[in-house]
Write a protein that binds this ligand. Structure first.
Ligand code: NAD
Length: 472
């Protein structure tokens, strides 16, 4: 096994621009053969992805444990089941998605008929992130295959066990002439980004998002950017506090210990209500993770020492000193950080000025809950925004005025599981969306098609442009 691993490493070392170019050419030839366009190929590959996930379940859970000590339940629910469901939806709906959509025509083109034909884009690149490394890799691939494309997947090197498992399984289960995995980090991704693609789907942070977009611009390649941001949770005082806190905990710590793109990043509540909210959060956290959460088997660890140092810096910022009201325990050797609450952190602290992406939850307080609108709108547009309230007017106001990738009232993160909703960001949190039919659309070109016969050839189109024609 060690020898095989060395070989894999060796072959990856030579994955330069030349290798990337020859890979893309190979896939272009497969695409040009027309094979990926057929309904049958798409179905056979989607079934193979489903089989890969089914057969690989044990190995997937193990890889996620090795990369993140992700609890099995979270791996099964948030990665494996989500992928199975994506395959199920695509297999059930694909025929319908592929049917050209008939649309009305105008008087100008009478007589004619028109339709929108979903055409595969060609050869697409999927670059994924480490936090849900299985889901974020294969979910876009499902969309790309459903839409009839050839695809190269570049999983994140930050989750190495999952990356190598993906490479192995994709090779074993999918059509290698059209679907490939390239493992690697910055240099391999750079080599891939130098090539001409028909679409690039990137999941990760905005800094690299900009690199991806710049590389894409060179070839006028469209991009789907799934980025992050500071997703706020506003908590009004008229809520069922126990249910609200449990749902905040579910979206924060029970999602990879806060290392999730749509995890609550910070809470806004009133000065008056904050102590009650903190008390119940503490109570529920203790019920879920015990008195010593660093020993809990139900919390993921921090992915690596870089991210551990980044989170430690946020906690050690002197501007938040004395603000920790719960947690704060760390174990650097095992990369563990306990669920941590910080109350009344200053708005100019580090923790309030970057995406946290970890188990720290600052709470900022206001006199009136309505003030939260300005606070949220003064920052970059987040990937998600959450509001807990029983006030119908406030709900309506929040949904209509807060700009975010997605909004959930009285819960967190669950919009991700609604496959009939688009998933994606806006502004700094990304562009484009996917999931369900939106994945199919994201990897399709919507081709405008008009059908005419030889009757009804209006003379007005043709010169000479007489005055009489102008009056018509
Ligand atoms: P990461 O470190 O895994 O990087 C993402 C990908 O970018 C990797 O495949 C990596 O190899 C590649 N990459 C890194 N540096 C590069 C460079 N210089 N040039 C080219 N490619 C490069 O993941 P991350 O960025 O730490 O992920 C966390 C971020 O992603 C957070 O902001 C989070 O909110 C966001 N995210 C968004 C979603 C979503 O669906 N919108 C999902 C997960 C994570």
């Amino acid at each position: 096994a060690v020898e095989v691993e060395k070989e894999v490493k060796k072959s990856n070392e030579v994955f330069d621009s030349k290798a990337a170019s020859s890979l893309v050419n190979e896939l272009r030839q497969s695409f040009a053969s027309g094979k990926t366009r057929s309904y049958e190929w798409r179905v056979s590959q989607l079934k193979s992805v489903a089989k890969l996930v089914n057969d690989g379940e044990r190995d997937i859970v193990d890889a996620l444990r090795s990369d993140l000590s992700k609890p099995e339940l979270e791996s099964v629910v948030y990665e494996i089941s989500m992928l199975k469901n994506s395959c199920k939806v695509a297999l059930k709906e694909l025929k319908r998605w592929m049917v050209p959509e008939k649309v009305k025509t105008s008087l100008t083109t009478f007589p004619s008929s028109a339709e929108i034909l979903s055409e595969p884009l060609g050869v697409v690149l999927v670059i994924s992130a480490w936090n849900y490394p299985f889901l974020l890799s294969l979910d876009p691939v499902i969309g790309a295959i459903a839409a009839g494309n050839a695809v190269v997947l570049k999983p994140s090197e930050v989750a190495p066990a999952t990356s190598s498992l993906l490479a192995k399984l994709v090779k074993e289960y999918l059509d290698s002439s059209c679907v490939r995995v390239v493992e690697g980090a910055v240099s391999e991704t750079t080599a891939l980004l130098e090539q001409k693609w028909d679409k690039i789907c990137y999941t990760g942070n905005g800094r690299v998002g900009r690199i991806v977009m710049q590389a894409a611009a060179k070839h006028l390649t469209p991009v789907l950017l799934e980025l992050g941001g500071k997703s706020p949770v506003v908590v009004d005082s008229d809520v069922n506090l126990k249910v609200a806190t449990r749902r905040i905990i579910a979206g924060k710590w029970a999602c990879n210990n806060g290392q999730a793109c749509i995890s609550p990043d910070y809470v806004i509540t009133t000065k008056e209500f904050a102590p009650k909210l903190v008390d119940v959060l503490k109570e529920e956290l203790e019920k879920f993770y015990g008195k010593n959460p660093l020993e809990s088997k139900d919390l993921s660890r921090i992915v690596n020492s870089n991210h551990f140092a980044r989170l430690s810096k946020l906690l050690d910022d002197e501007k938040v000193s004395g603000k920790i009201v719960h947690g704060g325990e760390r174990n650097e050797t095992d990369l563990l950080i306990a669920p941590t609450l910080l109350l009344d952190v200053p708005r100019d602290s580090l923790i309030m000025n970057e995406e946290i992406f970890g188990p720290l939850l600052p709470i900022i307080t206001v006199d009136k809950v309505e003030e939260s609108f300005d606070i949220i709108s003064s920052g970059s547009k987040p990937l998600a925004a959450y509001l807990f309230t029983s006030n119908e007017k406030l709900k309506k106001q929040f949904v209509t005025t807060i700009s975010a990738g997605g909004v959930v009232i009285n819960d967190t993160t669950i919009h991700l599981a609604v496959h009939t909703l688009p998933f994606g960001g806006v502004g700094e949190s990304g562009m484009g969306s996917y999931h369900g039919k939106f994945s199919f659309d994201a990897f399709s070109h919507k081709k405008a098609v008009v059908y005419r016969s030889f009757v009804g050839d209006a003379a007005i189109r043709y010169p000479p442009y007489t005055k009489g024609k102008l009056r018509l």
